[in-house]
Write a protein that binds this ligand. Structure first.
Ligand code: FE2
Length: 367
């Protein structure tokens, strides 16, 4: 498409100017001419040129100065220099300064046309490459932004899903509490107490959530224990105890196949184990008992003692502390007891208040 190509021919010799203009116009280029540097710069400001063919030896501003000026203000314009035989050194210097090539006078038009075509081809390739780079960067930036957006959406969905799982589990645990001990909020409290101790022991997410869920669902297996045993006001017979002691395994079976409760399930199975190995169902000992279960058994005692029961009022935290300390190393893991004792009463009371606020709010929503 030479007709869309604009060429500026600069020479103080009108014969050469016209010869070139005519020759290149004949090849279909749109040509303009200028007789010196100042005029060419004026024309370059007025319209855009793909190519300048400039003489080197001109009065006032010579071709080299013009070249430098054009490269500064129109870096996309290619330049071919015209030189007499004696000026070859200067022509080479011009190429170092950014000229595409030089033509030695006298030249023939065929040679000029070939050099012009090559200069324009080089320019086209450079621009194409630059455009490709630019669109490539834009495409990469666009795709990256899209991926970040999608990622955020997935994270939000995951958070919503997690929180709805949590609510479901908490509702289930609250329902279980009502059937069993009639102590409203027991499971939610021990779950939060367990997390408070575990966190202090250096447990981080996602294990912290697993531990929370395990503590929350610890007695889920009591679903399988008949009311006659579970709610029996008198002492259980040895046979009834055998039934009752099945609840960790029943719970473990109930949660089988629920992928996100895999770790929690281990705590459910082990929550009745004791540090010295006298617990059930497996008689696990010491650190063989999952940490979540070891922490749970300490805070379960705390909650049992510091909650109102039908037959007695809540005991002070101090009483729970000394009871737990008394059984450190036998029923309880001494490392857990040590961390447990570091937590001030106020922190337990605060968790208690917060959980009960949530439980009551949930209760109101239901009715
Ligand atoms: Fe239990």
């Amino acid at each position: 498409m030479p007709d869309s190509i604009h060429i500026l021919i600069v020479d103080d010799d009108p014969v050469i100017r016209d010869l070139l203009a005519e020759g290149l116009s004949g090849s279909g280029y749109r040509c303009e001419t200028a007789c010196n540097g100042a005029e060419s710069l004026r024309k370059l400001r007025a319209s855009s040129f793909e190519l300048v063919v400039s003489d080197i030896d001109m009065p006032e501003m010579d071709g080299v100065q013009l070249l430098q000026e054009i490269k500064k203000t129109h870096p996309d314009t290619e330049i071919i220099m015209l030189t007499g035989v004696v000026d070859v050194d200067t022509a080479i210097q011009s190429m170092r300064l950014g000229a595409y090539d030089y033509l030695t006078k006298p030249f023939n038009l065929a040679e000029v046309r070939i050099t012009v075509e090559r200069a324009l081809e080089k320019r086209r390739l450079i621009r194409e490459n630059r455009e490709y780079q630019r669109t490539l960067e834009a495409r990469v930036a666009e795709r990256t932004a899209e991926l970040i957006r999608k990622n955020r959406e997935v994270e939000e969905l995951f958070d919503r899903l997690k929180s709805s799982y949590q609510t479901t589990l908490e509702t289930l645990a609250t329902a279980l509490d009502t059937r069993d001990t009639e102590t409203l909020g027991h499971s939610l409290r021990v779950a939060s107490y367990t997390v408070a101790v575990a966190r202090r022991m250096g447990v981080v997410e996602p294990e912290l959530t697993d531990i929370y869920r395990g503590a929350l669902l610890h007695d889920v297996g009591k679903i399988g224990i008949p009311d006659a045993i579970l709610r029996k006001p008198d002492k259980l017979t040895p046979e009834e105890w055998v039934e009752m002691r099945k609840h960790p395994e029943i719970g473990y079976r109930i949660l089988q196949g629920i992928h996100f409760l895999e770790m929690a399930r281990e705590i459910v199975l082990s929550h009745q184990e004791t540090y010295d190995g006298s617990g059930y169902p497996r008689g696990l000992k010491g650190k063989d008992i999952p940490l979540g279960a070891r922490v749970f058994s300490v805070v379960d005692t705390l909650d049992a003692m510091t909650s109102d029961r039908p037959y007695r009022k809540a005991l002070p935290y101090e009483a729970a502390r000394s009871e737990i300390l008394r059984f450190s190393g036998t029923q309880f893991d001494p490392d857990v007891v040590k961390v447990f004792l570091e937590i001030p009463d106020e922190e337990w009371a605060e968790i208690h208040r917060r959980v009960m606020r949530d439980v009551l709010a949930r209760d109101q929503m239901r009715f």
